[in-house]
Design a protein around this ligand. Structure first.
Ligand code: PAF
Length: 328
């Protein structure tokens, strides 16, 4: 039998442990992070890596709470939430970014990047870092460039191998002026729409198709609602990891460095995910019944886009576009 004094001692230790853990818990700050896709997507991979790195570096002072699958609304609402400080962190595509920071639209120009390494080195270099810096004055804190991959076109009507095949097709685009101009110039009927509405619109046939990278087509299971996938690779699709100014301003210098390093880890995890899915995703989508069309010759698309390129040059400056295109 345990003596009364030993039992009292154990109770006192238990109470002390409870008090310490309650105090530690009270000090843990929640970081709400929103993104558009499922937890098993490149966005989920980015959010997990960001959380793991930041939580570890700050010894559990912070805990990420994830809101995947557009649970906090579309990407525009998410960015507005960051501006208002109702959400602390987000990972978004470049879809609506240029509505907040117009200069960033230069990265959305079709066929600007030769390949994924070209895109990564420009975004990680002075041009990309300068663009990140411009978000501060628009009440957003951009920490790193993540990634989705190159965008391809899916539709329910017919295979696409040349620009003429796009004639009249209602293609959902992001609410992105550069993409809208491109699809209009190619002869399609671009239909800008927020992501949460897209699967329903495809199911109901109010749009014929959409365009997104393999990472999205696979994780959003678009093979269930689209028959044809044309590997146009018409534009690189960056993503961005951001926090709200309210959250940022509440951090000390060490915590700021830790959340920034974590965002870079998140971006790295997104890129790793994209590298993997690019290798196996097309075969998986074929096995799910999609009819895949290779589009090795991009020149007719680039030629058809000439009038759009003139508009981009007057908007973003030929010098900057050439600097990006010619970067090694
Ligand atoms: O097409 C889009 O809107 C974006 O690529 C998506 C799917 C929301 C991912 O950010």
């Amino acid at each position: 039998m345990m003596s009364i004094s030993r039992r009292a001692g154990l109770l006192a230790v238990g109470a002390a442990v409870l008090a310490i853990s309650t105090a530690a818990h009270a000090q843990t700050r929640e970081v709400k992070i929103g993104y558009a896709l499922a937890p098993n997507s490149h966005y989920g991979a980015g959010a997990n890596a960001w959380a793991a790195s930041f939580e570890k570096a700050t010894n559990g002072q912070f805990k990420f709470r994830q809101f995947p699958s557009s649970a906090l609304g579309g990407e525009r609402e998410l960015l507005e939430g960051l501006q208002l400080g109702t959400v602390e962190a987000a990972i978004v595509s470049s879809g609506t970014l240029s509505n907040f920071v117009p200069e960033v639209g230069v990265t959305d120009i079709p066929f600007l990047f030769r390949d994924i390494n070209h895109a990564r080195s420009v975004l990680d270099g002075p041009i990309g870092q300068d663009l990140l810096g411009r978000f501060k004055s628009r009440n957003l804190v951009a920490l790193a460039w993540g990634e989705q991959g190159f965008r391809h076109i899916t539709n329910g009507k017919h295979p696409i191998t040349k620009p003429e095949d796009l004639k009249g097709l209602k293609i959902r685009t992001m609410e992105n002026p550069v993409h809208i101009t491109a699809f209009r110039t190619l002869g399609a009927a671009p239909t800008p729409m927020a992501w949460p509405e897209v699967t329903g619109a495809l199911q109901q046939g109010t749009i014929d198709g959409q365009e997104n990278p393999i990472s999205v087509i696979a994780s959003a299971k678009l093979s269930a609602v689209q028959k044809h996938l044309a590997l146009t690779g018409h534009v690189y699709s960056p993503a961005m990891l951001l926090v709200s100014p309210k959250f940022w301003d509440s951090l000390n210098d060490g915590q700021k460095a830790a959340v920034t390093a974590g965002a870079k880890e998140g971006a790295k995890a997104m890129r790793q995910f994209v590298d993997d899915i690019e290798k196996k995703g097309v075969d998986e989508l074929r096995a799910q019944g999609m009819q895949i069309t290779e589009v090795p010759n991009k020149a007719p698309f680039q030629q058809a886009l000439s009038p759009a390129y003139q508009q981009y040059a007057s908007k973003y400056g030929k010098e900057l576009i050439d600097r990006i295109a010619n970067a090694k």
